[in-house]
Design a protein around this ligand. Sequence first.
Ligand SMILES: [Ca+2]
Ligand SMILES: [Ca+2]
Ligand SMILES: [Ca+2]
Length: 488
Amino acid sequence: MRPAVGFPPRTITRALLCATLLANACKEAPSFSVRWQLQGRPDPITGVVPKPAGVTNAYQCTSLGITAIRIAAYDAEGVLADEAIAPCFAEGEVDANSSVDGGHLRAGVYGIEVRGVQSDQRPWVDAAVQADLLARFPDYLDEDLLHRHETCKGGVREPTCRPEALTCDCAPLLARNDHTELLAPFVLVGPPECIDGIDNDRDGVADLQDEACKIDLANREADTIGSVQFRIDLSLFGGNRAVACLDAGLDALLARACPIAPGQVLETCPDDAVVLGGHLLSCSTTEPVFFADTLDQGEYLYEVLGVADNEVITRPVAERTQLTGFVRREIQLNADDFLAPIVAPTAFTLELLDGIGDSARQCDADAGTGREAIAELRVELRDAHGARLSQTHVLGPGTDEVDQQSLQGRPLDGTPLPCTAGRLVTEPLTWGGFSVRVETRLADGTVCHSTDASDPPGPLLVGPGNALQVDGLKIAPVLVDGKPPQGC
Ligand SMILES: [Ca+2]
Ligand SMILES: [Ca+2]
Ligand SMILES: [Ca+2]
C-alpha cells in the first residue's frame, strides 16, 4: 500500500508540486483527477432540493460545515491504495470545473471515494445506521474486513460509499498506465444540520445543544417545537361499560406519532416511531388518560395501541392530524382491533329489582310481603345487538351451585334454570360482543322480571372477564299500572 499523499490546494499546479513536495509521485502520471459538487439542504418551506453545484466560493463549503475533502482510492479488496486531503474551496479558485489530481496507481480496478470532512478531518456518519450495522455485524468496523461489506472498492460496476457514510460519493476507476482519468463530478450532499458543527439558526447554540436537535437529529435547528398536551378517552367493545381494560387483556396504552411529509401517504408508523410521553400510558375506560410531549410543529400520523406485558396486542388506531396545543382523542378498541381473538367467559350475578328504589328481592317466597318464590330463571345469551345467536352456549366452570346442584353445562338459550343469586359463568366465548336477556317467572307462569322491562328495553351488555369477577346485572321488574303483578 502506498503511503498517504497530501494533496495541494487546488490552485497549486501539479508542475509546482513536482518541484517541491511530491517529487516521487511525479515520476509517473496521476491515474485520476477528481472534481466535486456540493448539494445543499432542501428548502425548509418548499421542500425543493437544490441542484448540486461546483464550488466557486467559500460560503458553499462553510454553510454546510464542510472544511476539507478526503479523496481515497480503494482496490478490489477495499484496501486503501491512495489517500489525500484537499480544501473544500481553494482560495482564488473560481472555475467550478477545476479538478484535483490523485496519485499514481498500479493499473487495475479501484473505487474512488470523495468525502467531505469536518475541521478535525473526521467524516460524518449516520450514527443510527452504523449502530444497526454493528448490531448485525460485530466486525463491521474492523478495517481488515471492510471488503466483506458494502463499501467503496474496485471491481464493482456501481460501487457506493458505506451505508453510514454521509457527505460521500464513490465512483469506479479503471487505472491505466500513462493515463489520467478525469472522473465525472462527485456529488456531496451536506451533512444534517444537527451534526454540521454550525449554529445554523444563529440562536446561540449549535447541533446537539439546540433544542430542535435534542428532539430529533433529523431536525433543522430553526424548527419550532412546542409542548403538546394529550388526552385519550378510551372505550372498549363498542362503548360497553361492562368491559374494563383488564377484561380485554390490556394493561397499558401506547401512543406514538410519526411526522408526515406533505403529500406522503402513511398507513401506519414504523416500529421505531417516537413514543409520545416517552413511556407506556395507563389504561382506563373510566378516567381520561393525560400525557404531554414536546414535538416539532407539523402534520403527524398519531396512533394509539393496546399493550399487554409490554407487547402490542391491538392494531393501531391511527389518525392523520396536526399535533399542537391540546389534542383530545376518543379511542374505541373493538374485538376485531385485537391481533389475537379474545377468548374468555363472562361472569355475572343477577339483582332482581323490586321496583322500590334500587332494592332487590330474593328468589325465595316471603310471607311478610306476599311474594311467592321465583320458580324459574330464563337466561339467554345474545349478540351485542340483542339478536339471537346461531350457536347455544352453556354455563361453565365457576358457576355457583344451587341447592348443591351444579348448573355447569346448562344451556343459556332461555331454557328454565333454578333461581339463584349466585354467580353465573359462561363457557369461554370468542369476543365479539354479547348481551344477556333475562326473565323470571312464578310457578304459574307470571313474568316478574324482564330485561325487556328495563329502560331502554332489551338485553344487557356483558363483557369478557375472568371467572373471579362478578358484575351484578340489575333486572327490571315488570310493572302493571306501576305495580308488580300479584306474587312477584
Ligand atoms: Ca448545526
Ligand atoms: Ca442553533
Ligand atoms: Ca434552534
